[in-house]
Design a protein. Structure first.
Length: 344
Protein backbone atom coordinates (compact mmCIF):
# COMPACT_ATOMS: atom_id res chain seq x y z
CA UNK A 1 0.00 0.00 0.00
CA UNK A 2 1.23 3.47 -0.91
CA UNK A 3 -0.19 6.80 0.13
CA UNK A 4 0.18 10.06 -1.83
CA UNK A 5 2.26 13.02 -0.77
CA UNK A 6 -0.52 15.17 0.69
CA UNK A 7 1.32 18.49 0.37
CA UNK A 8 2.33 17.80 -3.22
CA UNK A 9 -1.19 16.83 -4.24
CA UNK A 10 -2.77 19.82 -2.49
CA UNK A 11 -0.42 22.29 -4.17
CA UNK A 12 -0.67 20.81 -7.66
CA UNK A 13 -4.45 20.53 -7.49
CA UNK A 14 -4.70 24.08 -6.13
CA UNK A 15 -2.65 25.26 -9.10
CA UNK A 16 -4.98 23.40 -11.44
CA UNK A 17 -8.07 24.97 -9.84
CA UNK A 18 -6.58 28.47 -9.97
CA UNK A 19 -5.59 27.95 -13.61
CA UNK A 20 -9.16 26.98 -14.48
CA UNK A 21 -10.51 30.03 -12.65
CA UNK A 22 -8.00 32.24 -14.49
CA UNK A 23 -9.18 30.92 -17.84
CA UNK A 24 -12.84 31.45 -16.94
CA UNK A 25 -12.19 35.01 -15.72
CA UNK A 26 -10.13 35.75 -18.83
CA UNK A 27 -12.99 34.64 -21.08
CA UNK A 28 -15.40 36.91 -19.18
CA UNK A 29 -13.02 39.85 -19.57
CA UNK A 30 -12.76 39.22 -23.32
CA UNK A 31 -16.55 39.31 -23.62
CA UNK A 32 -16.74 42.52 -21.62
CA UNK A 33 -14.11 44.23 -23.79
CA UNK A 34 -15.89 43.13 -26.94
CA UNK A 35 -19.03 44.92 -25.72
CA UNK A 36 -17.11 47.94 -24.42
CA UNK A 37 -14.90 48.61 -27.45
CA UNK A 38 -14.62 46.36 -30.53
CA UNK A 39 -11.48 48.25 -31.62
CA UNK A 40 -9.68 47.50 -28.35
CA UNK A 41 -10.96 43.92 -28.45
CA UNK A 42 -9.49 43.37 -31.92
CA UNK A 43 -6.25 45.19 -31.09
CA UNK A 44 -5.53 43.14 -27.97
CA UNK A 45 -6.40 39.94 -29.85
CA UNK A 46 -3.98 40.76 -32.68
CA UNK A 47 -6.77 40.99 -35.27
CA UNK A 48 -6.92 44.73 -35.86
CA UNK A 49 -5.31 45.52 -39.25
CA UNK A 50 -4.23 48.97 -38.07
CA UNK A 51 -2.43 47.71 -34.95
CA UNK A 52 0.67 45.50 -35.05
CA UNK A 53 0.44 43.61 -31.78
CA UNK A 54 1.03 39.99 -31.00
CA UNK A 55 -1.93 37.70 -30.53
CA UNK A 56 -3.58 37.69 -27.10
CA UNK A 57 -1.69 40.61 -25.53
CA UNK A 58 -4.41 40.74 -22.87
CA UNK A 59 -2.55 38.02 -20.92
CA UNK A 60 0.45 40.28 -20.27
CA UNK A 61 0.88 41.82 -16.83
CA UNK A 62 1.17 45.34 -18.25
CA UNK A 63 -2.24 45.37 -19.96
CA UNK A 64 -3.92 43.75 -16.97
CA UNK A 65 -2.39 46.35 -14.66
CA UNK A 66 -3.51 49.15 -16.98
CA UNK A 67 -7.09 47.86 -17.13
CA UNK A 68 -7.18 47.44 -13.35
CA UNK A 69 -5.81 50.96 -12.69
CA UNK A 70 -7.66 52.73 -15.52
CA UNK A 71 -10.82 50.71 -16.28
CA UNK A 72 -12.46 53.62 -18.13
CA UNK A 73 -10.70 53.11 -21.46
CA UNK A 74 -12.26 56.32 -22.81
CA UNK A 75 -9.89 58.28 -20.55
CA UNK A 76 -6.78 56.71 -22.11
CA UNK A 77 -6.80 59.30 -24.88
CA UNK A 78 -6.34 62.05 -22.27
CA UNK A 79 -3.31 60.38 -20.67
CA UNK A 80 0.28 60.76 -21.82
CA UNK A 81 2.54 57.85 -22.65
CA UNK A 82 4.35 58.24 -19.34
CA UNK A 83 1.07 58.15 -17.41
CA UNK A 84 -0.05 55.01 -19.25
CA UNK A 85 3.30 53.35 -18.62
CA UNK A 86 3.11 54.27 -14.92
CA UNK A 87 -0.34 52.65 -14.77
CA UNK A 88 1.16 49.52 -16.36
CA UNK A 89 3.74 49.35 -13.57
CA UNK A 90 6.91 50.59 -15.27
CA UNK A 91 8.22 53.42 -17.40
CA UNK A 92 11.35 51.78 -18.78
CA UNK A 93 10.03 48.68 -20.54
CA UNK A 94 10.55 48.91 -24.32
CA UNK A 95 7.93 46.22 -24.97
CA UNK A 96 5.24 48.07 -23.03
CA UNK A 97 6.18 51.34 -24.71
CA UNK A 98 5.66 49.62 -28.06
CA UNK A 99 2.20 48.46 -26.95
CA UNK A 100 1.26 52.04 -26.01
CA UNK A 101 2.47 53.34 -29.38
CA UNK A 102 0.39 50.77 -31.25
CA UNK A 103 -2.71 51.45 -29.15
CA UNK A 104 -2.36 55.17 -29.97
CA UNK A 105 -3.48 54.30 -33.51
CA UNK A 106 -6.99 53.39 -32.34
CA UNK A 107 -7.19 54.96 -28.89
CA UNK A 108 -9.22 57.91 -30.18
CA UNK A 109 -12.14 55.58 -30.97
CA UNK A 110 -12.42 54.21 -27.42
CA UNK A 111 -15.76 55.34 -25.89
CA UNK A 112 -16.20 56.42 -22.31
CA UNK A 113 -17.34 53.65 -19.99
CA UNK A 114 -20.36 53.65 -17.75
CA UNK A 115 -19.77 52.97 -14.06
CA UNK A 116 -20.98 49.29 -14.23
CA UNK A 117 -18.88 48.56 -17.33
CA UNK A 118 -15.78 50.17 -15.82
CA UNK A 119 -16.27 48.20 -12.61
CA UNK A 120 -16.54 44.89 -14.53
CA UNK A 121 -13.39 45.63 -16.54
CA UNK A 122 -11.38 46.74 -13.51
CA UNK A 123 -12.46 43.90 -11.21
CA UNK A 124 -11.91 41.28 -13.91
CA UNK A 125 -8.36 42.48 -14.66
CA UNK A 126 -7.55 42.74 -10.96
CA UNK A 127 -8.84 39.21 -10.30
CA UNK A 128 -6.78 37.75 -13.15
CA UNK A 129 -3.67 39.49 -11.83
CA UNK A 130 -4.31 38.01 -8.39
CA UNK A 131 -4.69 34.51 -9.84
CA UNK A 132 -1.45 34.85 -11.77
CA UNK A 133 0.43 35.92 -8.64
CA UNK A 134 -0.95 32.88 -6.82
CA UNK A 135 0.28 30.64 -9.62
CA UNK A 136 3.77 32.10 -9.33
CA UNK A 137 3.76 31.59 -5.56
CA UNK A 138 2.67 27.95 -5.86
CA UNK A 139 5.30 27.29 -8.54
CA UNK A 140 8.09 28.70 -6.35
CA UNK A 141 6.87 26.70 -3.36
CA UNK A 142 6.80 23.49 -5.40
CA UNK A 143 10.35 24.11 -6.55
CA UNK A 144 11.48 24.53 -2.95
CA UNK A 145 9.82 21.44 -1.46
CA UNK A 146 10.86 19.12 -4.32
CA UNK A 147 14.57 19.91 -4.37
CA UNK A 148 15.26 16.56 -2.71
CA UNK A 149 12.61 14.62 -4.64
CA UNK A 150 14.51 12.38 -7.05
CA UNK A 151 11.44 11.55 -9.15
CA UNK A 152 10.52 15.20 -9.72
CA UNK A 153 14.09 16.17 -10.53
CA UNK A 154 14.40 13.28 -12.99
CA UNK A 155 11.30 14.42 -14.88
CA UNK A 156 12.35 18.07 -14.82
CA UNK A 157 15.62 17.11 -16.51
CA UNK A 158 13.62 16.32 -19.66
CA UNK A 159 13.26 19.34 -21.96
CA UNK A 160 9.65 20.47 -22.15
CA UNK A 161 8.64 19.16 -18.71
CA UNK A 162 8.57 21.95 -16.15
CA UNK A 163 7.84 22.23 -12.46
CA UNK A 164 4.05 22.01 -12.62
CA UNK A 165 3.96 19.09 -15.06
CA UNK A 166 6.60 17.06 -13.22
CA UNK A 167 5.11 17.60 -9.77
CA UNK A 168 1.61 16.79 -11.02
CA UNK A 169 2.84 13.51 -12.52
CA UNK A 170 4.61 12.46 -9.33
CA UNK A 171 1.67 13.53 -7.14
CA UNK A 172 -0.88 11.57 -9.19
CA UNK A 173 1.28 8.49 -9.88
CA UNK A 174 2.03 8.37 -6.11
CA UNK A 175 4.51 5.48 -6.48
CA UNK A 176 5.61 3.83 -9.69
CA UNK A 177 5.62 0.43 -7.94
CA UNK A 178 1.82 0.53 -8.02
CA UNK A 179 2.02 -0.40 -11.72
CA UNK A 180 3.36 -3.78 -12.75
CA UNK A 181 4.18 -2.59 -16.27
CA UNK A 182 3.96 0.53 -18.37
CA UNK A 183 0.69 -0.60 -19.99
CA UNK A 184 -0.96 -0.35 -16.57
CA UNK A 185 0.28 3.22 -16.16
CA UNK A 186 -0.97 4.06 -19.66
CA UNK A 187 -4.47 2.77 -18.86
CA UNK A 188 -4.47 4.61 -15.53
CA UNK A 189 -3.56 7.78 -17.46
CA UNK A 190 -6.30 7.30 -20.05
CA UNK A 191 -3.77 6.74 -22.85
CA UNK A 192 -3.99 2.96 -23.13
CA UNK A 193 -6.44 0.66 -24.90
CA UNK A 194 -8.49 -2.15 -23.42
CA UNK A 195 -9.80 -5.25 -25.18
CA UNK A 196 -13.58 -5.17 -25.66
CA UNK A 197 -15.11 -8.45 -26.87
CA UNK A 198 -18.77 -9.03 -27.72
CA UNK A 199 -19.51 -12.44 -29.19
CA UNK A 200 -17.30 -13.01 -32.21
CA UNK A 201 -16.12 -9.38 -32.47
CA UNK A 202 -13.10 -8.00 -30.68
CA UNK A 203 -11.86 -4.40 -30.69
CA UNK A 204 -9.66 -2.09 -28.62
CA UNK A 205 -11.35 0.81 -26.85
CA UNK A 206 -10.30 3.67 -24.60
CA UNK A 207 -11.19 3.27 -20.97
CA UNK A 208 -13.46 5.82 -19.31
CA UNK A 209 -12.07 5.16 -15.82
CA UNK A 210 -8.76 7.00 -15.61
CA UNK A 211 -6.97 9.81 -13.80
CA UNK A 212 -7.89 12.99 -15.71
CA UNK A 213 -5.23 15.10 -14.02
CA UNK A 214 -2.51 12.66 -15.00
CA UNK A 215 -3.75 12.53 -18.59
CA UNK A 216 -3.70 16.33 -18.81
CA UNK A 217 -0.14 16.33 -17.47
CA UNK A 218 1.00 13.80 -20.08
CA UNK A 219 -0.74 15.74 -22.88
CA UNK A 220 0.94 18.97 -21.75
CA UNK A 221 4.28 17.19 -21.61
CA UNK A 222 3.72 15.83 -25.13
CA UNK A 223 3.02 19.27 -26.62
CA UNK A 224 5.95 20.89 -24.86
CA UNK A 225 8.30 18.03 -25.68
CA UNK A 226 7.53 18.31 -29.39
CA UNK A 227 7.93 22.09 -29.24
CA UNK A 228 11.21 22.19 -27.31
CA UNK A 229 12.74 19.11 -29.00
CA UNK A 230 12.03 19.66 -32.71
CA UNK A 231 14.90 17.37 -33.80
CA UNK A 232 13.89 14.48 -31.55
CA UNK A 233 12.44 11.18 -32.74
CA UNK A 234 9.07 11.86 -31.09
CA UNK A 235 8.78 15.29 -32.72
CA UNK A 236 9.41 13.77 -36.15
CA UNK A 237 6.93 11.01 -35.35
CA UNK A 238 4.30 13.62 -34.48
CA UNK A 239 4.91 15.59 -37.69
CA UNK A 240 4.65 12.46 -39.82
CA UNK A 241 1.33 11.53 -38.22
CA UNK A 242 -0.09 14.98 -38.98
CA UNK A 243 1.17 14.79 -42.58
CA UNK A 244 -0.65 11.50 -43.03
CA UNK A 245 -3.94 13.18 -42.11
CA UNK A 246 -4.17 12.56 -38.36
CA UNK A 247 -5.49 15.43 -36.25
CA UNK A 248 -2.88 17.23 -34.13
CA UNK A 249 -4.74 16.24 -30.95
CA UNK A 250 -4.61 12.55 -31.81
CA UNK A 251 -0.94 12.88 -32.81
CA UNK A 252 -0.14 14.41 -29.42
CA UNK A 253 -1.95 11.49 -27.78
CA UNK A 254 0.42 9.11 -29.56
CA UNK A 255 3.40 11.13 -28.34
CA UNK A 256 1.98 11.15 -24.81
CA UNK A 257 1.63 7.36 -24.95
CA UNK A 258 5.28 7.09 -25.96
CA UNK A 259 6.24 9.40 -23.08
CA UNK A 260 4.45 7.06 -20.68
CA UNK A 261 6.92 4.34 -21.65
CA UNK A 262 9.91 6.68 -21.25
CA UNK A 263 8.77 8.05 -17.89
CA UNK A 264 7.86 4.60 -16.56
CA UNK A 265 11.38 3.35 -17.28
CA UNK A 266 12.92 6.46 -15.77
CA UNK A 267 10.95 6.25 -12.51
CA UNK A 268 11.37 2.48 -12.28
CA UNK A 269 15.14 2.81 -12.62
CA UNK A 270 15.14 5.28 -9.71
CA UNK A 271 13.30 2.79 -7.49
CA UNK A 272 15.66 -0.04 -8.49
CA UNK A 273 18.75 2.08 -7.81
CA UNK A 274 17.39 3.02 -4.38
CA UNK A 275 16.81 -0.66 -3.62
CA UNK A 276 20.36 -1.64 -4.57
CA UNK A 277 21.98 1.25 -2.71
CA UNK A 278 19.89 1.05 0.47
CA UNK A 279 22.28 -1.47 2.01
CA UNK A 280 19.49 -3.94 2.78
CA UNK A 281 18.99 -7.42 1.44
CA UNK A 282 16.72 -7.95 -1.56
CA UNK A 283 13.47 -9.55 -0.56
CA UNK A 284 10.33 -10.68 -2.36
CA UNK A 285 7.20 -8.80 -1.44
CA UNK A 286 4.33 -10.95 -0.28
CA UNK A 287 0.80 -10.48 0.97
CA UNK A 288 1.98 -10.59 4.58
CA UNK A 289 4.45 -7.78 3.90
CA UNK A 290 1.76 -5.60 2.34
CA UNK A 291 -0.60 -6.23 5.23
CA UNK A 292 2.01 -5.13 7.77
CA UNK A 293 2.93 -2.04 5.78
CA UNK A 294 6.51 -3.17 5.01
CA UNK A 295 6.12 -2.58 1.28
CA UNK A 296 4.75 0.93 1.62
CA UNK A 297 6.69 3.85 0.18
CA UNK A 298 6.51 5.40 3.64
CA UNK A 299 9.17 3.30 5.37
CA UNK A 300 8.46 4.84 8.76
CA UNK A 301 4.94 3.41 8.79
CA UNK A 302 4.24 0.55 11.14
CA UNK A 303 0.91 -1.22 11.07
CA UNK A 304 -0.89 -2.18 14.26
CA UNK A 305 -2.66 -5.02 12.45
CA UNK A 306 -1.19 -8.39 13.52
CA UNK A 307 -0.44 -10.99 10.88
CA UNK A 308 -2.96 -13.80 10.77
CA UNK A 309 -1.56 -17.27 11.46
CA UNK A 310 -2.64 -20.31 9.39
CA UNK A 311 -5.51 -22.13 11.06
CA UNK A 312 -8.06 -24.78 10.28
CA UNK A 313 -10.72 -23.43 7.96
CA UNK A 314 -8.53 -20.60 6.64
CA UNK A 315 -9.34 -19.00 3.32
CA UNK A 316 -7.68 -20.21 0.16
CA UNK A 317 -7.52 -18.77 -3.36
CA UNK A 318 -10.57 -16.83 -4.41
CA UNK A 319 -11.58 -16.19 -0.80
CA UNK A 320 -13.48 -19.49 -0.44
CA UNK A 321 -13.43 -21.50 2.79
CA UNK A 322 -11.47 -24.72 2.62
CA UNK A 323 -13.66 -27.63 3.62
CA UNK A 324 -12.28 -30.06 6.22
CA UNK A 325 -12.61 -33.84 6.45
CA UNK A 326 -15.44 -33.68 8.99
CA UNK A 327 -17.75 -31.92 6.57
CA UNK A 328 -17.06 -34.49 3.84
CA UNK A 329 -17.82 -37.45 6.17
CA UNK A 330 -21.13 -35.91 7.23
CA UNK A 331 -22.23 -35.55 3.62
CA UNK A 332 -21.31 -39.21 2.98
CA UNK A 333 -23.34 -40.50 5.94
CA UNK A 334 -26.39 -38.51 4.90
CA UNK A 335 -26.24 -39.95 1.37
CA UNK A 336 -26.02 -43.54 2.76
CA UNK A 337 -29.13 -43.05 4.93
CA UNK A 338 -31.08 -41.68 1.98
CA UNK A 339 -30.11 -44.64 -0.20
CA UNK A 340 -31.13 -47.12 2.54
CA UNK A 341 -34.59 -45.54 2.85
CA UNK A 342 -35.16 -45.82 -0.91
CA UNK A 343 -34.18 -49.52 -0.98
CA UNK A 344 -36.47 -50.22 1.98
Amino acid sequence: MWFPDAELQLLTRSYERISQETTAEMNRLWKTLRLASPDLYLALGGNNPEVELEENVLKTKGILALLAAKPDIGEWKKLSDEELLAAMGTRTSPARRTIIQELRKVISSFPSMTAPMAMMIGSGAEQIGLFKRREVEITKLLEEITQGNAAVQALRSMRGIGTITSTTMVAEIIDIRRFAREDSLACYSGLGLLEHSTGDTMRMIHTEMFNHRLKDAFMTAARNYVHFNPDSHLAGYCRNLVKKGMSPLEAYKRVARALVRVIYKKLTSLVESDTHTSGGEDRTEGESDMASGVTRSDLSHESDMPLSSPAQGSTGEGGRIKSGGVKTKRRGSVNKRRAAKKNA
